[in-house]
Unconditional design. Sequence first.
Length: 416
Amino acid sequence: MSRTILDVHILQTVPPSNVNRDDTGAPKSAVYGGVRRSRVSSQAWKKATRNAFGELLDPAELGVRTKKVVDALTRRITAREASLTVDQVWPMAAEIVQVATGAKIEAPTRKAGAKGGKGDPGEEAPEPQAPQSSYLLFLSARQLDLLADLALEGIAKKADPKVHLKDPEVKSRAKKAATTRHSVDIALFGRMVADNTDLNVDAAAQVAHALSVHPVDLESDYFTAVDDENGGAEPGAGMIGTVDFNSATLYRYAAVDVDLLAANLDAGLNGGEGAAEAGAEMAPAPEPVRRAVEAFVEAFALSMPSGKINTFGNHTLPDAVVVKLRSARPVSFVGAFERPVTREGTGEGHVRAACEALAAHVPAVEEAFGAAADHTWIVRVGERTDALAPLGEQVSLRELVSKVGDAVTERLGKRG
């Protein structure tokens, strides 16, 4: 059976910047093709993509990843029943989260000095905090809503939280709530819970570490800051320091397994309801999958990790975006840049040479391995990207998003 795979290839030039730092504060890097390259981790660009979803999708289609899941659940409960106080809600919310996810829920550790008798006598006692999970939990808005329903039922009965959750039917509903109705970001980027593998969701999207197509050198900016209150008799800087940076033309790559995305979202939309409870096979839901795919393509193309963004203002857009629809496995074309692109002394920059290298590599790989795509769309800027024109249909970003959505909907419709 053929698959539906989307490959997204992006060339993007970033000026002096430090969008993704290592443990020393320097831009991350990696050796590829025998030379040092600029690198932006996949985690950094996935987080930027998730952040961009907020402007593209309804909040009800998204999730939250946090240790403060009891607090998030409490806000939902008190929003529905304003007469409840957090003290009334926390015990029930904590017990429900623990049963639903298997995570250890405990009171957060207070800072030194906040404990009884050890702080400043005149200092106000800190406000109590909701219990927290021992690790980050990723739950969808709909999953939190279902858990809120259970909590409100127990509170209405004035039941002890542990007694309420010992009821087999309530316990089953709590566990089911955490494994159905997945959000778009959970369906795309997955969820891993070591303590409860039933909660695990395989990621439908894979994002590669972005690499520069050329060698890079690390540079440092020496800066000073003047104290505005210094007078003429107090010359010199109030602060001095350095910040590391580099600049690069990056090759970015991501792949989306649309079939897995549809399965994840079907579990999220229909799990435990109707046909699923009857044991019937669920057909793909084209509209939710379409929204997810369109949001991913647009968000991945336009997003930028926010590291040192106020310092460098590196708000660039891609030079070129190539999206391929495939019926087999995903294919990265990073091999086009295993031999680093160099234009020393020409004043030409790297974009033109990178496009030429990619344009030569793509058909060579697809022909050699019989891995031609079913369709290719290209968004490109300026004459430096002319070499990419023969690879596929040239469109604007808005057209690209719409056409990808149409293609995915058509493929899923035929299978349904």
